[in-house]
Ligand binder design. Structure first.
Ligand code: PAF
Length: 284
């Protein structure tokens, strides 16, 4: 396929995909909610490198927002998104309407405790159910060979992997590393909502996580948790929602570094009314 195509309906999308499959192309899917940035670009680049065709969905999914004002304030920048996607070589941009994805209310319930009940699951009830609703609909519509998700949403990636395992989707889930600004801030569509001062304050989040890695090498799990909690509490303009040190596979809290071969620190912080998440891996 030459030029990037924008499609709005599942029927149109599936016609195009049928043609691509006839040409023997593997299909990669990058699900997004738009307001694209370098983090999304890295997913698209990876998919373009690994598949004959790349579909990027741009859809602000209402069922995963448990806060109506968060949904309303979510940035929508379709023209800029299309430019970025064209630049990185996406083949199809799928931009469905809400009624296209939800012709009737989705009453399916996805529940994968304990992976989806801790951290984001605790603070954003229903969020992962909404994520699974839309991701499964996108998987059904696109039937990709591979699907690409960022590790910034570390728990989302674990929940999607679990859904794929339980529902036996023949799809390879590819987790891609967090992309950071030069100053360390994890790329997020929500960063555009930060004022200049808030942005400055937000830098303390990744700084603290990086410092905690050095601290952890000579301190216990509890001491490391307190180190992060105290640094964020002392930082101007930030309010910690949670910081958890967990096993990277099960997402369950650890008490000792020996409890896991793969410790991850997951944090959520409010910077004004902007909710930011980040995480860091610990290796000793
Ligand atoms: O990570 C996101 O942007 C969304 O949760 C996703 C996976 C596109 C589902 O709406």
């Amino acid at each position: 396929m030459q030029d990037m195509q924008t499609v709005e309906t599942i029927q149109e999308l599936q016609q195009m995909l049928a043609d691509l499959r006839m040409e023997g192309k593997m299909v990669g899917l990058v699900p997004t909610m738009g307001a694209l940035h370098a983090g999304h670009a890295s997913l698209v680049q990876r998919s373009v490198a690994e598949n004959g065709a790349t579909v990027v969905s741009v859809f602000v999914n209402p069922t995963q927002f448990n806060d109506a004002s968060d949904l309303e304030k979510y940035p929508r920048t379709l023209d800029a998104d299309r430019h970025l996607l064209e630049h990185y070589g996406a083949d199809i941009v799928f931009v469905p309407s809400v009624s296209e994805m939800y012709p009737e209310p989705d009453t399916r319930r996805f529940s994968y405790p304990p992976i989806d009940t801790v951290m984001e699951g605790k603070f954003r009830p229903g969020h992962f159910n909404g994520v699974c609703q839309i991701v499964s609909k996108l998987f059904d519509a696109v039937q990709p060979d591979r699907a690409y998700f960022g590790e910034k949403d570390f728990q989302q990636l674990a929940v999607v992997r679990e859904m794929v395992r339980r529902m036996e989707y023949p799809i390879e889930i590819v987790g891609c590393p967090i992309v950071r600004e030069a100053v360390g801030l994890a790329m997020s569509s929500r960063n555009t909502r930060l004022s200049v001062d808030q942005r400055q304050n937000a830098l303390k989040i990744s700084q603290t996580l990086f410092e905690s890695r050095t601290f952890a090498a000579t301190h216990t799990v509890d001491e490391t948790r307190r180190f992060v909690e105290d640094s964020i509490a002392a930082a101007p303009g930030l309010r910690l929602e949670y910081f958890e040190l967990v096993d990277g596979d099960t997402l369950q809290s650890i008490n000792n570094w020996d409890d896991t071969h793969y410790a991850v620190g997951c944090i959520t912080v409010f910077c004004g009314d902007v909710r930011l998440i980040d995480n860091v891996k610990y290796s000793f």
